[in-house]
Design a protein around this ligand. Structure first.
Ligand SMILES: C[S@@+](CC[C@H](N)C(=O)[O-])C[C@H]1O[C@@H](n2cnc3c(N)ncnc32)[C@H](O)[C@@H]1O
Length: 211
């Protein structure tokens, strides 16, 4: 089968801006696009070395994790401190930070090379109040406490709720639940989300927990 040509960064910008506008996600993409693009280029370059499956194309990256992270970024209250659990190379936390500079974010990850990658990106972009944090949660002690947690792809919503509450003593958590990947039903969760928001045009719900 012939490989589809990918879109250019310019086309990607227009596509993403249109999608955000279409769904009333009022973020000023133009103001943080240079940092976002620089981060995604670094990610695409190193994803394989970090044992992360790179998105198949630039378009997949923008239409999937980036768009979902921006949807989440729009929902978060101003000036909060939060931790992204199992952030990998920075999804969604680093994207949220780039779009929402008012937030203080800890990027918690158990695999050291991914933490080193985020340290490098943060330094190169000159981001303030973004802190990669190496810890294998549930296996190593974690002294970090935060009022808010976020995550995507952390295994399942139950693990997210348990670690948010028990390890971080968080009072609220926002979880991007990929329903096609993480099977299960919300009825069976030990703690139900207070509400969930469908991410438009994705098989993803943003679950909002009060712990
Ligand atoms: C499926 S990846 C998802 C990465 C990213 N959040 C995303 O949406 O693309 C899960 C990540 O969580 C990390 N992780 C899983 N369990 C963890 C734990 N208990 N403590 C710290 N990191 C964990 C893994 O190392 C991996 O980088």
């Amino acid at each position: 089968m012939r490989k589809q040509p990918d879109i250019s960064w310019e086309e990607g910008f227009v596509w993403l801006k249109d999608r955000l506008e279409k769904h009333n996600i009022s973020l000023e993409l133009k103001s943080f696009w240079p940092e976002l693009k620089a981060y995604l280029i670094a990610f695409a370059r190193e994803a394989e070395a970090l044992n992360l499956t790179a998105a198949k194309s630039r378009f997949d990256l923008l239409a999937g994790p980036v768009y979902e992270a921006l949807f989440l970024a729009k929902q978060l209250p101003p000036n909060i401190t939060c931790a992204d659990l199992g952030t990998g190379a920075g999804f969604p936390g680093l994207i949220v930070k780039i779009a929402r500079p008012d937030l203080k974010i800890y990027l918690v990850e158990g695999y050291a090379p991914r933490v080193h990658f985020m340290e490098k990106v943060i330094k190169n972009l000159g981001l303030k109040e973004a802190f990669p944090y190496l810890c294998h949660l549930g296996f190593k002690d974690c002294s970090l406490k935060v009022p808010f947690t976020i995550a995507r792809g952390y295994g399942n919503p139950a693990k997210f709720a348990k670690h948010s509450r028990e390890i971080f003593k968080a009072t609220q958590g926002y979880y991007l639940w990929r329903k096609d990947v993480e099977k299960g039903s919300l009825e069976k969760l030990p703690l139900r989300p207070v509400y969930s928001l469908p991410v438009p045009e994705r098989l993803v719900d943003l679950l909002v927990f009060y712990f």
